[in-house]
Every structure is written in structure tokens, then in C-alpha cells.
Design a protein around this ligand. Structure first.
Ligand code: FES
Length: 182
């Protein structure tokens, strides 16, 4: 009698196993590499975002005055980020201008403006600041620092060469553009 050539399901599986393992292993490896690349990119972006601005850039350079732009481009109630000078130009509802430092006064993380909530929200330890830079939530103990704003010929300029610390916001801090003569 001739021996039967029938295979049991287990025997067939074991013969196909090496190819399946190889394909699966390759795909797993590919996913692992793609996952690591995505993680690395995310970490790089997170570090870039959270790293405080380079110290000294604004302290001593002669070109510390940043031309922000034409006054008319800053509508009341808006916040405009200037990454080159690491500041926000705030146009208050009453037309006043404030230049606020992007650095959190707690430990120096970069603080983004969250338009939806109309607040500066620090991602590091959850300090919050209102549009004037005043503290809404600790641990930050004092408002965002300011820079000097000037308006000449309807052009707004910010001197990032010197940062001013404040204990609070008062009406003397915003700069009001000279009224246009009729
Ligand atoms: S650095 Fe902003 S809350 Fe700590």
C-alpha cells in the first residue's frame, strides 16, 4: 500500500511559517522604524517649541529694534506673534499697543497665545495670562515681561533690546498711537 500524501493542517502551517514570519517580521520592522521616525520628529518639534528663546539675542544687539509693520494691520483685540524677536504684539480693544515677551515668567517656557480661549497658556506648568499678559493662573507669579513699543508714521516698532518686568498691568503701559490729524 502506497503511503498517503495527505497533510494535516498543522503540518501545512509549519511549512508556510517561515515565509509568513518573514513577511510579518518585515512589516513589524517597517512599522517600528516609521513609528520611531514619527516620534523623533514629534520630540524635535516639542523641544523646539518649548525651548526658551536664545538668551542674549535681545539684550545687546544693535539691531534689536524690530519693525512690526503698519499700524492698520493690527486690528483691535488681536495678538500677533513675532518669532524673530520672540514677542507678541498685542492690540488692545481700545487701540493700545503692548509688546509682550513670549517667555513664561515661571521658568521661561515659550507661551503660545490660544485664540479660542483668548489667553496665553503655558504648556509647561499651566500658567495662564490674559491679553495684557497679566497672570490668571499660577504658578507664574508675575505678568509677562514687556518691550518698548513706538509708533512712527503709522509704523509700529518694538525694541527687543531691553525687557521690562512688571508686578501688574496698569493703564500707563500700553502705547497709544498719535491721532491722525484732519
Ligand atoms: S514655565 Fe510656564 S508655568 Fe512653568
Amino acid at each position: 500500500m502506497k503511503p498517503s500524501k495527505t497533510r494535516t493542517p498543522g503540518a501545512r502551517k509549519s511549512q508556510e511559517m517561515p515565509a509568513a514570519v518573514t513577511r510579518r517580521g518585515f512589516l513589524n520592522g517597517l512599522w517600528a522604524v516609521l513609528g520611531l521616525a514619527a516620534l523623533a520628529e514629534f520630540l524635535w518639534l516639542a523641544v523646539s517649541f518649548l525651548r526658551p528663546a536664545k538668551p542674549g539675542r535681545t539684550e545687546s544687539q544693535a539691531d534689536a529694534v524690530v519693525t512690526a509693520g503698519a499700524l492698520a494691520t493690527f486690528a483691535p483685540g488681536t495678538v500677533t506673534a513675532f518669532q524673530n524677536g520672540a514677542f507678541y504684539l498685542v492690540r488692545l480693544e481700545d487701540g493700545g499697543l503692548l509688546a509682550l515677551s513670549c517667555k513664561c515668567t515661571h521658568l521661561g517656557c515659550t507661551v503660545p497665545w490660544v485664540e479660542k480661549e483668548k489667553k496665553f497658556l503655558c504648556p509647561c506648568h499651566a500658567s495662564a495670562f490674559d491679553i495684557t499678559g497679566s497672570v490668571i493662573s499660577s504658578p507664574a507669579a508675575r505678568p509677562l515681561d514687556t518691550f518698548t513699543v513706538t509708533v512712527e508714521n503709522n509704523i509700529v516698532k518694538v525694541d527687543t533690546g531691553r525687557r521690562f518686568k512688571r508686578s501688574g498691568f496698569d493703564s500707563g503701559q500700553p502705547v497709544y498711537p498719535p491721532k491722525a490729524r484732519s
